[in-house]
Design a protein around this ligand. Structure first.
Ligand SMILES: Nc1ncnc2c1ncn2[C@@H]1O[C@H](COP(=O)(O)OP(=O)(O)OP(=O)(O)O)[C@@H](O)[C@H]1O
Length: 340
């Protein structure tokens, strides 16, 4: 069943990124990117390797301070401080799984809960009633999330002993523990088998159904086009196209970007055009040669067939000489011997 993501998307912006630019020395990894995510929306961020997708995520979540631009979550201008971004309501997972491998599954989720517990160090040291209440609430929420992500029966397992697909789920459970309004997923299906990928799709839809907006980087186009109601394409740090999956899928520039053909105005386009023209000329030459060879072979075959036909006719004539009929003129020898 193809899930229908558009049915649930809202119209209130939860994330508004404006003019986000990130430079590393001479390299501009992200160039003036604008992106809006609305509530209950699943937005896909796609683009070839090195396009700047993860760098953009890092700018949104405070890991990097953008060289230029602003990031607003609901009405809050976000500072470049990851814990403040999480507190504001944005959670994320990473391209490379970042769990605490020697902690249990439950403990990993509890770690993700810490931004939502307000009991201070003193309360913890004194083991105050408030601390115990908060701890019980955290455990309850963590177990709910394990149930939600299908990991309830693994609560006491060490994270490192989980199969790969479940480790990815655990990362999501831990991110959800901070009660986000927006979840950023960086390649959630990387390394998964098709079955795990389908399960991840359903999990993302279930997250959206909980009222959480999702911004997802993913290379699996089936995942993107099945789930997202909006897709933005980054190429060489710039936003090339955005729109519905259908719009993006049909855009020639997107196809060209993935095939490695430069889009209009891309750096090095002239050189690429020259190479392309030379390749086209070579291909045309090869096609002409192939056509000439085919014509030659055809002519030879025709000659051979004609020779065979002629040889057969000669053989037939020798084996079966023609007999005289009424129409056959009389043989001169017969005339000479005519008794009349
Ligand atoms: N900390 C950094 N210092 C210098 N350059 C960086 C840094 N982080 C990323 N880059 C460069 O920025 C560019 C964009 O990288 P980024 O990882 O954001 O791309 P991506 O679209 O996420 O790629 P992929 O799909 O392969 O994960 C690349 O050229 C990369 O080498």
């Amino acid at each position: 069943m193809a899930p229908d993501a558009t049915a649930a998307a809202g119209t209130t912006p939860v994330l508004t990124a404006t003019g986000v630019t990130m430079r590393f020395g001479g390299l501009t990894a992200v160039r003036s990117v604008d992106l809006t995510v609305h509530d209950r929306q699943i937005v896909g961020l796609i683009g070839p390797n090195g396009a700047g997708k993860t760098t953009f995520f890092n700018c949104l979540t405070g890991l990097y301070t953008p060289t230029e631009g602003t990031v607003i979550y609901r009405d809050t201008l976000l500072p470049a401080k990851p814990h403040l971004v999480t507190q504001a309501g944005i959670a994320r997972t990473f391209q490379n799984i970042r769990l605490f491998p020697s902690m249990t599954v439950l403990e990993n989720v509890l770690v993700g809960r810490h931004t939502r517990t307000h009991e201070g160090l003193l309360s913890a040291l004194l083991r105050s009633p408030g601390f115990h209440r908060a701890e019980r609430a955290s455990h309850q929420r963590a177990r709910e999330l394990l149930e939600f992500t299908g990991l309830a029966d693994k609560a006491d397992h060490l994270a490192r002993n989980l199969p790969y697909g479940e480790q990815r789920r655990l990362e999501i459970a831990r991110a959800l523990a901070s009660d986000p309004g927006l979840l950023l997923l960086d390649e959630p299906t990387a390394g998964m088998n098709p079955q795990e990928t389908r399960a991840a799709e359903h999990l993302v839809l279930a997250i959206r159904d909980q009222g959480i907006a999702v911004l997802v980087i993913e290379h699996d186009m089936r995942f993107i086009f099945n789930l997202c109601d909006h897709v933005a394409v980054l190429v060489q740090g710039r936003k090339l196209v955005e729109g519905t999956p259908r719009t993006v899928q049909g855009d020639e520039r997107v196809i060209a970007a993935y095939l490695g053909t430069p889009f209009e105005g891309a750096p090095g386009q002239d050189e690429a055009a020259e190479v392309e023209a030379a390749e086209a000329a070579r291909a045309a030459e090869a096609a002409t040669t192939a056509a000439a060879l085919a014509a030659h072979a055809q002519a030879e075959a025709a000659t051979r067939a004609e020779a065979v036909t002629r040889a057969e006719a000669v053989t037939r004539a020798e084996a079966d000489p023609p007999t005289a009929t009424d129409d056959t003129p009389p043989h001169p020898h017969h005339e000479e011997n005519d008794p009349r």
